[in-house]
Design a binder for this molecule. Structure first.
Ligand code: SAH
Length: 493
């Protein structure tokens, strides 16, 4: 039985522009074959254990030839794999999707096609240019500026000019001068509004407005590179009013987010939505540990201090039993995120402290009478957890047992301080991960670091970072502080 090949449009770069179907297929694929134009942000959604094949680059750094890509799709599918073929934008808009389908049809392999948002429209939109507008034009045209092997670019310029529509040229940075000259010779006004959009929808997007006779100079002076669109038409003038993307508060700010991969998603996506160029540094990774299921009879309450701990415990519990095993037990969690993780297993926490720290959790459980000296607690948390929680329990005379349900591992990463305007830390273990994973953490001296709490801040100060602490220990409060920090920085200039 051969597998299915899903030809999926990955959109122009911003992962938020994927279709729901694309996201579902990407996360479930066993094999992902992707192009040069598929963004790193989209590739983050591929499952850890999936096989990734970069068709934009082979061992010698050249694009893999089309017939070889076709063969890879056929071979993987014949092994029964679920294959996602990811292409930038939409697969059928200058994407050679048709050629790949022909190969699949020839071999009798099942396929589906998921449309993507083409960069032709999305990059224009993110540059504040509506591709049509009733007052300006009645058509829009997608044109390739890619030259034939013999160097010829055979466009019927007078016909293009007569259309009086919005002309969108793709793959055309190298032929910009030739296209402009051709359109002018074909009768278009030299002062026609134009725009060049480089890396559209990505945090590093650049946009240049110019006139038709200024296109070549604009490309040269700004060293415009691929991927870029050249848009020709009166609608380009609307960008002066409609460019919402360049005006986002964190536009172009390069932020390093340190967190385990899964939980970095929320902070990273909030910052990206504000225009930031986010690098998620998965410096620490949580790994479930093998442990023997404790008998819960002696315990009055179970205590979880992280979402990772909840996940690791229940994964193991579900090998033999289900959530009823906890029937009648009280559950305390360190904070809202851990509480949410618990809810995914159908259970609500009985106790959450007002401040999200191990210290506050222990202190408030005692002060508010949630536990007393005659009770016994079961702590389900990471190996080598911080001692605050247990110190206070011991001082308060409360008996407890501890099971290490997961551990934190540190992974080496490549991060150059010159590439970042700001760093975020959401726990002391993230600082620890950063210190262990980054080659020279002291190289980050003086860079603003936004920390979730005082304990995290203390850890971060060791490296001479310009440490600031959010008012509350929440993602929202961190985002607020990042916006403030950015404003003051801009004010300084
Ligand atoms: N199938 C793709 C286009 C492939 S052709 C789509 O639908 O978007 C490659 C060309 O697309 C590039 O040369 C450039 O002109 C354009 N392009 C792709 N991604 C882009 C982006 N993020 N910003 C601007 N142009 C882009």
């Amino acid at each position: 039985m051969s597998g299915t090949v899903y030809l999926v449009g990955a959109g122009p770069g911003d992962a938020g522009l994927l279709t729901l179907r694309a996201r579902e297929l990407i996360a479930g694929a066993q094999v992902v074959v992707y192009d040069r134009l598929v963004s790193a942000e989209v590739l983050e959604l591929v499952a850890q254990d999936a096989k990734r094949i970069n068709a934009g680059k082979n061992a010698g750094n050249h694009p893999v030839p089309q017939h070889e890509i076709n063969q890879i799709l056929v071979d993987e599918a014949k092994q029964g794999k679920t294959v996602v073929r990811l292409k930038g934008g939409d697969s059928f808009v200058f994407g050679r999707g048709g050629e790949e389908l022909e190969a699949l049809v020839r071999e009798g392999i099942a396929f589906e096609v998921v449309p993507g948002i083409t960069s032709a429209i999305a990059a224009a939109t993110y540059a504040g240019i509506p591709v049509t507008h009733r007052d300006y034009c009645s058509s829009v045209h997608l044109i390739t500026g890619h030259k034939q092997k013999d160097g010829a670019l055979e466009l019927d310029y007078p016909a293009l000019v007569r259309l009086s529509g919005t002309l969108i040229f793709m793959m055309s940075v190298a032929s910009a001068a030739e296209i402009a000259a051709g359109l002018i010779a074909g009768g278009m006004a030299p002062d026609m509004d134009c725009a060049i959009v480089e890396n559209g929808t990505r945090p590093c997007q650049r946009k240049f407005l110019c006139t038709l006779d200024g296109i070549a100079d604009t490309v040269r002076e700004n060293a415009v590179t691929s991927p870029s669109l050249i848009i020709v038409g009166r609608v380009c003038s609307l960008s002066r009013q409609f460019d919402w993307f360049s005006n986002l508060p964190l536009k172009g700010k390069r932020i390093l987010v340190t967190r385990p991969k899964m939980s970095s998603a929320k902070l990273a996506s909030r910052l990206r939505a504000l225009g930031a160029d986010v690098t998620a540094l998965a410096a620490i990774k949580t790994m479930p540990l093998p442990f023997s299921m404790p008998d819960l009879t002696p315990y009055r309450a179970l205590v979880f201090t992280s979402a990772a701990g909840v996940d690791a415990y229940f994964e193991r519990l579900f090998d033999s039993r289900d959530a009823r095993a906890l029937g009648g037990k009280q559950i305390a969690v360190i904070g809202r995120e851990t509480g949410k993780a618990l809810l995914r297993f159908g259970l609500k926490p009985d106790f959450i402290p007002s401040v999200y720290s191990g210290q506050a959790l222990a202190k408030e459980m005692l002060d508010e009478g949630f536990i007393t000296k005659s009770d016994r607690l079961l702590l389900l948390r990471a190996r080598e957890s911080a001692p605050e929680l247990t110190d206070i329990l011991t001082q308060g005379g409360v008996a407890f047992d501890e099971v290490s349900v997961y551990e934190t591992r540190y992974e080496p990463v490549d991060a150059n301080p010159a590439d970042f305007d700001l760093i975020t830390f959401t726990s002391a273990s993230c600082v620890e991960g950063f210190a262990r994973s980054v080659d020279k953490p002291e190289g980050f001296h003086g860079i603003p670091a936004v920390c979730i709490g005082e304990k995290t801040a203390q850890a971060a100060r060791r490296f001479g970072l310009d440490v600031r602490v959010s008012k509350e220990a929440t993602i929202d409060s961190m985002v607020e502080l990042i916006l403030d920090t950015n404003e003051t920085k801009q004010g300084d200039r």
